[in-house]
Design a protein around this ligand. Structure first.
Ligand SMILES: *[C@@H]1O[C@H](CO)[C@@H](O)[C@H](O)[C@H]1NC(C)=O
Ligand SMILES: *[C@@H]1O[C@H](CO)[C@@H](O)[C@H](O)[C@H]1NC(C)=O
Length: 622
């Protein structure tokens, strides 16, 4: 691959304003071409691009195209920075009026140097917010696609789409379906702006001369027009890749733009390294319909603030995943201590969850054409979610880690929409770590709050995910939660429901249909705030579960907790796969007595504090 840096533009407006600036602050920059102005961190704008592409293993040659007016500046820059001076090409133009046009500049290098290879073209005078992205990832994505590649970014708020080349990109195939050069307001809803940063296949280079022959006017020789022509007239396959960053100083800009964006990006850069990113995800309770989520049913579940997992990510020199002192022990008091800990907790800490999430995240971004910064980080986690009692502790760690990664790499909701994110988290666990798990937990941890979920077959097959609706959380009744303090002794045996469901056993199919029905009834009870009805439905949910899973499967520990709750007249059901129970007791006095009884029976008991994301945004929970 060959890289061509274009700096042949005449930065007339900026230069004139620098020359006539009366503050004197910019007098030393008078006559300096735009690409050689100071960029972020004191480096020249072009230095950054040269550092990014100066990689022998990626590019066989790097060329620079400039104009006759500024040639001397670039020649001097080349000798100072070890850029091959013989690769600086002069297009002969001296003013904005006699410019060749960007496509003609590119064609000039290709023709005069007889280049016969794939090329990457970059405008070397753009300011890029992320000073550390991975150019190798761009090339890999280009090579994986049968066509050209256009880099784009998402416009910041306030940036007008009429100031850029806007692309419409198919989210599945990543094909650029339309290219609109500076579209007027309303012509497209897309906020994806393309910049002069392309990969072009060697066989496509000849199209440039065809295009230029049809465009004798310089004003028509912009890349925007070239792409419009290539996509709509020549029907070439062009793909898009997103860089989660911003680009500025494109084309003719003024001094105020230069100073504004330089300050904007520089403060962002300085702001980021010191500040760690911390994200929380919460444990959840399945309030109705579980476990039908894995069987095309419907469920209602809720995140609870009592228990959470937290991931923390900070910039660092090298990439490090930090083991948790309690959950990933590597030092022990003695061999006997190691024996006891391993017997009780097994070998599966949280570190593997961090690693698997990072792996899948990279894979996802590569496949989606999202380039990532090369900045290394240190990632650690903490959690207070009790283990092995079915409160979705593993997926909370995955989900918190994913939140951190998204923030760090500036991946937005549009890049990884919520329903897809829930699938992503499930896949980390099922594909990478072979943990059996259902979709409901991940959905409620991504949406947060109280969520109604419909996993109907038709909808799932069409969309690849279910239909998810957040519900009102005001004035919820006091749910309680109890769990076994030593769940490893619960004596549960594995159920065969999945096989029976796959072989379409009528009893199981009917039960799943009934779970879904209970969920719809519960949704109504929530809406009407009819808590005694909800309590009834919770009991029915448990009985239905018992009828198909059998008591052997539920295990003596779970049954003991169920019986205890019923002695105190409380509704009760399993919030997850077992080891804990969730209940609803409308009689306050009996709730207190029941709590004592549970504690005396060796269980941990707590009153649930629902986690409501919209309330916490105001209250500042995290
Ligand atoms: C993240 O991306 C958004 C839009 O894509 C942008 O507005 C924002 O400034 C970016 N933030 C950083 C830190 O790059
Ligand atoms: C990330 O860490 C590795 C060593 O673990 C190092 O070689 C590499 O240069 C680092 N990357 C950056 C961008 O600092």
């Amino acid at each position: 691959m060959i890289c061509i840096l274009l700096v042949a533009g005449h930065g007339t407006v900026l230069e004139t304003q620098i020359k006539s600036d009366e503050t004197g602050l910019y007098s030393h920059l008078s006559g300096v071409p735009k690409a050689l102005l100071p960029g972020i961190g004191g480096k020249k704008i072009l230095d950054f691009w040269w550092e990014t592409v100066n990689m022998r293993q990626l590019f066989t040659e790097v060329y620079l195209v400039t104009n006759a007016d500024k040639y001397k500046h670039y020649e001097r820059w080349a000798t100072a920075t070890d850029f091959p001076v013989e690769n600086v090409i002069n297009d002969g133009s001296t003013t904005l009026e006699d410019r060749l046009g960007a496509v003609a500049d590119l064609e000039l290098v290709v023709r005069s140097r007889k280049l016969q290879d794939d090329i990457m073209v970059i405008a070397g005078d753009m300011l890029c917010a992320d000073q550390n992205f991975d150019i190798a990832q761009v090339i890999r994505f280009f090579r994986s696609k049968p066509g050209e590649l256009i880099i784009y970014y998402e416009l910041e708020e306030g940036e007008k789409s009429s100031s850029r080349g806007i692309v419409e990109v198919c989210p599945d195939s990543h094909r650029v379906t339309r290219f609109l050069e500076k579209p007027q307001e309303g012509r497209t809803a897309s906020r994806l702006a393309s910049v002069v940063f392309y990969c072009i296949q060697r066989d496509t280079l000849s199209y440039m001369s065809d295009f230029l022959n049809q465009q004798p006017q310089t004003t028509g020789r912009t890349f925007g027009q070239f792409w419009e022509w290539l996509i709509s007239e020549k029907q070439r396959h062009v793909f898009g890749m997103k860089l989660p960053t911003g680009f500025q100083l494109i084309g003719q800009v003024g001094l105020s733009d230069y100073t504004k964006w330089l300050t904007h990006y520089s403060t962002k850069q300085q702001g980021s390294p010191a500040k760690p990113i911390t994200c929380r995800s919460y444990a959840r309770v399945g309030l109705m319909g579980n476990p039908s989520d894995g069987f095309n049913g419907k469920t209602i579940a809720m995140t609870i603030a009592n228990f959470w997992a937290e991931a923390t990510l900070l910039d660092s020199q090298t990439l490090v995943l930090v083991p948790h002192p309690l959950n990933d022990p590597t030092e022990f008091g003695s061999l006997q201590d190691l024996f006891c800990i391993s017997r009780k907790e097994g070998y599966l800490g949280g570190l593997r969850l961090l690693q698997a999430t990072c792996k899948k995240f990279y894979q996802f971004c590569s496949k989606q054409g999202i380039a990532l910064t090369k900045q290394n980080f240190t990632l650690k986690y903490d959690t207070n979610i009790p283990r092995q009692v079915g409160l979705a502790g593993s997926s909370a760690i995955v989900s918190a880690t994913l939140k951190c990664l998204m923030k760090f790499y500036n991946i937005t909701d549009n890049d990884l929409p919520k329903p897809i994110r829930a699938n992503f988290i499930l896949n980390v666990e099922t594909d990478e770590l072979f943990i059996t798990a259902g979709l409901q937990d991940r959905v409620v941890q991504v949406y947060e709050g109280l969520v109604y979920m419909d996993f109907s077959k038709e909808f799932m097959e069409e969309h690849g995910f279910g239909s998810y609706t957040p519900m009102d959380m005001s004035e919820l009744p006091p749910f309680w939660l109890a769990y076994l303090s030593d769940p490893s002794d619960s004596g549960r045996i594995h159920s065969n429901i999945r096989q029976r469901w796959l072989s379409e056993e009528p009893l199981v199919i009917e039960a799943m249909r009934r779970f879904a029905e209970l969920t719809d009834q519960a949704r109504t009870a929530f809406r009407d705030k009819d808590w005694s009805r909800l309590a009834q439905l919770m009991d029915q949910n448990l009985e239905l579960r018992r009828s198909i899973y059998t008591d052997d499967c539920l295990g003596p520990g779970n049954l003991k907790m169920v019986q205890l709750a019923r002695q105190f007249g409380s509704a009760v059901k399993l919030p997850g796969s077992g080891g804990a129970v969730v209940g609803l007791c409308l009689d306050q006095a009996r709730l207190v007595e029941m709590r004592q009884a549970f504690q005396e029976a060796g269980c941990v008991f707590c009153v649930i504090s629902p986690y409501n994301p919209s309330a916490s945004a105001v209250g500042g929970q995290h």
